[in-house]
Design a protein around this ligand. Structure first.
Ligand code: ZN
Length: 171
C-alpha cells in the first residue's frame, strides 16, 4: 500500500461509524452456543425491516426472524396494540435479539468486541495506524475515529490489544 493510500484509508476511518458494520452480526447461538449470524439489511429500518432481520445458525438449524420476537406491549387497552422495540447498538450484544456477540474478549479491564470480521479488521487496522492527527471539528459524531476509547489507543495496552485481536480473528 502506498503511503498516500494508507493516509486516505486512515482518514476514512474517522468517517466510518459502528453502525456501518451492523450487517452480518456474529453471535452466540441461543440454542447450541455455537456461532450463529444475525443477518440484517443494515441499521436502516426500511420497510419490512422486522422480516429481514433474522438469526440463523448453520450448526443446529436455529432460525428466527425479528418479527417473531416479542415486542414490548404498552397495554394501550385499544383494539390496535401499541408495541415498540428497543434496539441496543454499539454494545456487546446484537442490537436486535440481544444475543451475546461471538467476537468479544476481556481485554485491559474492558471488553474488546466487534460485530463481524470486517469490523474486527477495521478496528485493528485503525488502532495499528497510530495516526492520531486529525481535525476534531470535522469528525462526525458517531465516527469510530472519534469514539475509540482511550484504553484502545493507549500505547501501553497496544501489545495486549493486538494479542486479543489475534485470538478473535482465529475464533
Ligand atoms: Zn445453533
Amino acid at each position: 500500500m502506498s503511503c498516500k493510500n494508507f493516509m486516505t484509508r486512515a482518514k476514512d476511518a474517522y468517517k466510518k461509524s459502528v453502525y456501518d458494520f451492523i450487517t452480518d452480526i456474529y453471535v452466540v447461538c441461543p440454542k447450541c452456543s455455537k456461532q450463529a449470524i444475525v443477518k440484517t439489511p443494515g441499521y436502516s429500518f426500511k420497510i419490512d425491516f422486522e422480516n429481514k432481520v433474522k438469526c440463523v445458525c448453520s450448526n443446529c438449524g436455529h432460525s428466527k426472524i425479528l418479527r417473531e420476537k416479542a415486542s414490548i406491549d404498552l397495554g394501550s387497552g385499544s383494539k390496535l396494540p401499541i408495541t415498540y422495540r428497543i434496539y441496543h447498538p454499539a454494545t456487546t450484544i446484537d442490537p436486535f435479539f440481544y444475543l451475546p456477540l461471538w467476537l468479544k474478549i476481556d481485554c485491559c479491564n474492558n471488553v474488546l468486541w466487534a460485530y463481524n470480521y470486517d469490523h474486527l479488521d477495521f478496528l485493528k487496522t485503525h488502532i495499528k495506524a497510530k495516526l492520531r492527527e486529525r481535525n476534531d471539528a470535522e469528525l462526525p459524531n458517531h465516527s469510530i475515529g472519534s469514539r475509540l476509547p482511550r484504553w484502545m489507543t493507549s500505547k501501553k495496552n497496544r501489545d495486549i490489544i493486538l494479542k486479543c485481536f489475534e485470538v478473535l480473528q482465529k475464533k
